[in-house]
Design a protein around this ligand. Structure first.
Ligand code: LLP
Length: 440
């Protein structure tokens, strides 16, 4: 993997401290933003999102030319403004539910550039997606293929489909996000022969147009060998299908998953160099196999939005248990960031109004009525940190807002975009009335 090393707390280029020691994000001081919008507060650096998109797009076009695509995996963060940005940047998108499709529609995103994933699409989902002109289904299994055939047939539609396959690769990441192994709820396995079976089936149907194959090995992946291995298995399968069935795939989507830097100890992946490495490998492999390389799609989510996001909290109770530890509680927690509770994910948490001097080690915890509601353990904070101070959790742009909940009936924070020294609201703060709105 091609990595860059930057060792200090300012783990992304869009972070800095002013002369007075105030933490700034996207060039804007955080205290005035916290005052204006309240806390907890999700912030997004719009320029950073666009920069990441452009890095992907130019790397993909440098390697694959016209035959390269970048789709934003919108499960990482999904709200109207993001789909508008994706539309402006001429991206494709990956969606996994009617909710994401609906949000994209509301943002005016052209659905012909959307790929509909999920291991269990209901008939209603399929119907809804077809009615709204979805570009592609990424079909998970044979049962789903029959359902798409039936519904598309009844509507007189020829529906474009990719088949999701499991290449049998272990991505060396945490188990909950490893999806490319044979034993997975996703896709049809190449190893068991099911992939070949479903390909035959797809080619025999009349309302489904098979466009190619898809795989996704996992998320928060730092090992570039994993992508080369997946590309190897998938291209070998493409060649086998051509030999056996005379069908040459037009498109090969190799998923998302590039890891991001949550702490100074973690590396930064050089996306452009990694894509060029994958591209070089794929061109060579296709030549060896005697096939022309299909259009290649990448499907990043986390690495587009993660370090474009940051969450600001206000400190509440600070509790020292002599001989044990200090708990610093904040006004958010697992409701706006469940990732430590779910995966033990590391984070960098910093005081906003001053640098950490005379540090103590503490646990930063949320306000939910649950001991597991922890944002991070072993955090360095100023020894005299107190109620009312602001702290920031970095790299919260991916899988935070999209995984937020109303546990304990806590309203979700707003999403505020930062751009060129200006801020604007993308998602309003939930109110207490919103919380009871669906109660009858
Ligand atoms: N494509 C497919 C089919 C996926 O399942 C995923 C992520 C992606 C693309 C995007 O992967 P990314 O580039 O974001 O790594 N909630 C977990 C992550 C779950 C990832 C699910 N699939 C977390 O917070 O770490």
């Amino acid at each position: 993997m091609i990595l860059t090393d930057r060792k200090n707390d300012m783990i992304c280029e869009n972070l800095s401290r002013s002369e007075s020691g105030e933490l700034c994000f996207a060039g804007m001081a955080l205290t005035p933003l916290a005052r204006q919008y309240g806390t907890p507060l999700y912030l997004y650096d719009e320029e950073r999102i666009r920069e990441r998109i452009r890095t992907y797009k130019s790397a993909v076009s440098a390697t694959f030319g016209e035959r390269g695509r970048v789709l934003y995996a919108s499960k990482a963060a999904s709200f109207k403004r993001l789909y508008e940005i994706m539309k402006e940047e001429e991206m494709g998108i990956d969606v996994v539910s009617r909710g994401e499709i609906y949000t994209a529609i509301k943002a005016g995103f052209p659905l012909c550039k959307a790929y509909f994933h999920s291991n269990n699409k209901t008939d209603e989902d399929i119907e809804y997606a077809i009615d709204n002109g979805i570009g592609y289904f990424v079909c998970d299994n044979a049962e789903e293929l029959f359902a798409i055939e039936k519904i598309a047939g009844a509507k007189g539609v020829l529906q474009k489909v990719l088949l999701r396959l499991t290449p049998g690769i272990d991505p060396h990441t945490y188990a909950a996000v490893a999806t490319g192994k044979v034993d997975s709820k996703f896709g049809s396995a190449i190893e068991t022969g099911q992939a070949m079976e479903i390909t035959k089936l797809a080619l025999s149907l009349s309302s489904v147009k098979l466009c190619g194959f898809h795989c996704h090995v996992g998320s928060q992946v730092f090992d570039s060998e994993v992508y080369l291995a997946a590309a190897d298995v998938m291209l070998t399968f493409v060649a086998e299908v051509k030999r056996e069935l005379g069908y040459l795939a037009d498109e090969l989507d190799i998923g998302g998953g590039y890891g991001v830097r949550y702490t100074a100890e973690q590396p930064t992946i050089d996306i452009a160099k990694n894509i060029s490495e994958v591209g070089e490998f794929m061109h060579k492999k296709a030549e060896e196999l005697g096939i022309s390389l299909p259009t290649v799609a990448f499907e990043p989510g986390r690495s587009i939005v993660a370090d474009a996001g940051l969450t600001v909290y206000t400190v509440g109770t600070v509790k020292n248990i002599p001989g044990y530890k200090t708990y610093v509680s904040v006004d958010g927690g697992m409701t706006d960031n469940p990732r430590y509770a779910l995966y033990g994910s590391p984070y960098t948490i910093l005081p906003v109004e001053r640098e950490t001097e005379n540090a103590m080690t503490c646990s930063v915890v949320g306000r939910c009525c649950e001991s597991g509601d922890i944002l991070q353990e072993n955090v360095e904070m100023p020894r005299d940190i107190k109620r009312g101070e602001l702290i920031a959790c970095l790299t919260t742009g991916a899988y935070h807002y999209s995984m937020a909940s109303n546990y304990n009936r806590i309203p979700r924070p707003p999403v505020v975009m930062l751009n060129n020294g200006e801020s604007y609201l993308a998602v309003k703060r939930e109110s207490l009335d919103d919380i009871v709105d669906l109660d009858v």
